[in-house]
Write a protein that binds this ligand. Structure first.
Ligand SMILES: [Zn+2]
Length: 290
């Protein structure tokens, strides 16, 4: 992947932001240029770049560590180190900061019409791609922004581990339905095939790495706790393995645990200490905390 240092070089908590262009994007660029669609390619590139800058700037303003942003033909990915344990409203702001850019971009195209470099054809192409990228990106499929919003919504109802699993399963299901629809309702489009395959591989990769994502969630909770907006005790049986108990933890809630049989009350940080020290990894919680 090519690395292009961004112009967003800042002082203080802002740092040099790396922008990577994903090979899938290069494929779309090459296909566009070979077939003589220069303005389409330039428009998609610009729209996606602004979309990703929206995510990255929102994340930086909230003090997140943004490692890099990847540009993909339908949006992109802002890779952050604070994944999993930031307050819900911050996740929501960073996720929405990308799609929101599509609302003002048409106005920019209108302004360009006043210059000699931009005509009605360019304008129509720009408006169409801007809308298509916004629409596609809003689909509830991980890792699109719509998929991230679905995950945030599921986090309200389910523990982190389950919300993540459901997000990936639903994404897979919706992607299959969408692919069948595209396959039946429209002629074969190479771009959809490439982008659809990329999303499919992303979901499979995330599914394989879901335990790592969950560990990262627990680790950031243990090492770098952020203020919780509520405290919700969890009542468990003594036989339940510690790892299973941690699987019940919800984002944004502090979870003291009560063992049903002994009525023993355990602080969340003590369970995380026991888990990460390796003493109680898969032992029943009743054995670890007698
Ligand atoms: Zn996005």
């Amino acid at each position: 992947m090519n690395k292009i240092p961004n112009m967003i070089q800042n002082t203080g908590r802002f740092s040099l932001l790396k922008i990577k262009i994903h090979p899938v994007f290069w494929f779309v660029v090459a296909a566009g240029l070979i077939t003589g669609h220069f303005w389409e390619v330039a428009s998609v590139f610009f729209i996606v770049f602004i979309h990703e800058c929206g995510h990255a700037i929102a994340a930086l303003l909230l003090g997140w560590r943004v490692r890099e942003i990847q540009l993909l033909p339908f949006g992109g990915v802002a890779k952050v180190d604070d994944h999993g344990n930031r307050p819900m409203h911050e996740d929501l702001i960073v996720t929405l900061a990308g799609p929101v850019q599509h609302l003002w971009l048409p106005l920019l195209s209108y302004l360009f019409l006043l210059t000699d470099y931009w005509d009605q054809t360019n304008h129509q192409i720009f408006i169409t791609y801007n809308f298509m990228i916004l629409l596609f990106n809003s689909l509830p499929i991980w890792p699109l922004d719509g998929g991230k919003l679905m995950f945030l919504l599921l986090l309200k109802a389910f523990p982190f581990k389950r919300a993540y699993d459901i997000t990936l399963i639903l994404s897979c299901f919706i992607l299959i339905i969408l692919s069948i629809y595209v396959g039946v309702a429209t002629p074969f489009t190479l771009n959809y095939f490439v982008v659809g395959s990329f999303i499919c591989f992303s979901i499979i990769k995330e599914w394989k790495e879901r335990r790592y994502v969950f560990m990262r969630f627990l680790l950031s909770r243990w090492r770098d706790p952020v203020p919780f907006h509520s405290t919700t005790p969890i009542v468990v049986t003594a036989k339940m393995p510690v790892a299973t108990v941690l699987g019940l933890f919800k984002k944004g809630s502090l979870h003291p645990v009560i063992i049903e049989e002994t009525r023993r009350h355990i602080e969340e940080k003590d369970i995380l200490n026991a888990f990460f020290s390796g003493k109680c990894f898969d032992k029943p919680i009743g054995e670890c905390f007698k």
